[in-house]
Design a protein around this ligand. Structure first.
Ligand SMILES: Nc1ncnc2c1ncn2[C@@H]1O[C@H](COP(=O)(O)OP(=O)(O)OP(=O)(O)O)[C@@H](O)[C@H]1O
Length: 350
């Protein structure tokens, strides 16, 4: 069982052109900023969005093949979808919501309800079988929606921002729960989200979508350690630059240089966390090799630390303690020296 898809969707001011391969048992997160085309990709896989070109094969069978004129309608696709707001049928009980897909496939009522009850039981929801959706909490509704999607034993499961409707406290529990259910599901799973935490926790592999194109792919650890775009660097909270390495010196486009602890060659990315940046009001003694004069652009709380956005060449993010903010008088417009130890800097081929 596997998904092989090349999705091309064209709109007036937007083109989606994405290749997605998912292996059985694999959870892939499609992660990207607003308007990147995530929902469009999900809708295309579900058969709800016409392809301008490309194809979708599930277990080798075509669901879409533009060149061959194949388009399997949404209701005939062996897939389950959990939409962002769950779209449970308000007039049906939780049990009948879960049984719905089985009934639609011609399974008789008693058998469909027995199977649905079994699924609800496995999700710890048996007590709520007779309850209507409006009486369910957000977390419960999410689980019922997942049970409904899984009831028909889909070979492809599509989750559209499955936790977005939940408050922060509920989200933590439901996320852990969802992870458990996804690991038990043997089919291909695509999770669409713009929440990096959901993606990192739930997915085996991340596919980063920006402006209709894939900009980076890899395991959560790979993507977090070696971001290749500004969007990913911001998500994982790293300073990221691209330059040309000549030994331990990397020349940035602005003309400045960054010194590494290890030599590299050619086009490289250079990354370091904001906590690696030390700030000084005057040029520090011993002048560390990576030391630049920059201006404070903004000062914001960031957990227990304070995140300082610094303008200049290079632009930087620095995380410092509240007491450092007071001691250094860090307010917008102030000039400071930013220093980074070479040993704190990672570099990898671009
Ligand atoms: N029905 C539509 N008609 C025309 N353009 C659309 C339509 N739906 C979305 N778009 C445009 O297509 C692009 C991709 O939108 P899409 O909803 O797929 O992005 P997304 O990554 O899911 O964003 P979000 O995270 O905000 O949901 C955007 O530029 C959007 O404005």
């Amino acid at each position: 069982m596997s998904l092989r898809a090349h999705l091309v969707v064209t709109r007036a001011r937007f083109t989606l052109d994405v290749r997605l391969d998912i292996e059985p048992g694999e959870v892939v997160a499609l992660l990207g900023p607003n308007g990147a085309g995530k929902s469009t990709a999900l809708r295309a896989l579900a058969g709800l969005e016409p392809l301008a070109a490309g194809s979708v094969h599930l277990d080798g069978a075509p669901l879409d093949d533009v060149a061959a004129g194949v388009h399997v309608p949404p209701q005939q696709r062996a897939l389950g979808v959990v939409f962002q707001d769950y779209l449970l049928f308000p007039h049906l009980s939780a049990l009948d919501n879960v049984a719905f897909g089985l009934r639609a496939r011609g399974i008789d009522k008693a058998a469909a309800r027995a199977h649905a009850l079994d699924l609800l039981r496995r999700m710890g929801l048996a007590d709520l079988a007779d309850v209507r959706p409006r009486q369910l909490s957000g977390g419960q509704a999410q689980r019922v929606a997942l049970a409904r999607a899984l009831a028909v034993a889909p070979r492809l499961l599509l989750l559209d921002e499955p936790l977005a409707a939940l408050d922060a406290a509920t989200r933590v529990n439901v996320r852990a729960d969802l992870r458990h259910h996804l690991s038990a599901y043997g089919g291909c799973c695509l999770l669409v989200t713009h929440d990096p935490l959901d993606a990192m926790v739930l997915a085996d592999r991340l596919v980063i979508l920006e402006n209709g194109r894939v900009t980076q792919e890899g395991t959560p650890v790979e993507v977090a350690r070696t971001p290749r775009t500004d969007y990913v660097a911001r998500l994982v909270g790293l300073n990221l630059y691209r330059g040309v390495a000549d030994g331990t010196r990397v020349r940035l486009p602005g003309g400045h240089e960054i010194t590494l602890a290890h030599a590299g060659e050619g086009e490289v990315f250079v990354a370091f966390p904001p906590t690696a940046v030390a700030l000084y009001r005057t040029r520090p003694d011993g002048s560390p090799r990576n030391c630049w004069e920059v201006g404070v652009a903004s000062v914001e709380r960031h957990g227990d630390l304070v995140r300082i956005r610094l303008e200049g060449d290079p632009a930087l993010l620095a995380d410092v303690t509240p007491s450092a903010v007071a001691e250094l008088g860090l307010t917008p417009g102030v000039r400071v020296w930013a220093a980074v130890k070479a040993t704190e800097i990672r570099s990898y081929p671009a």
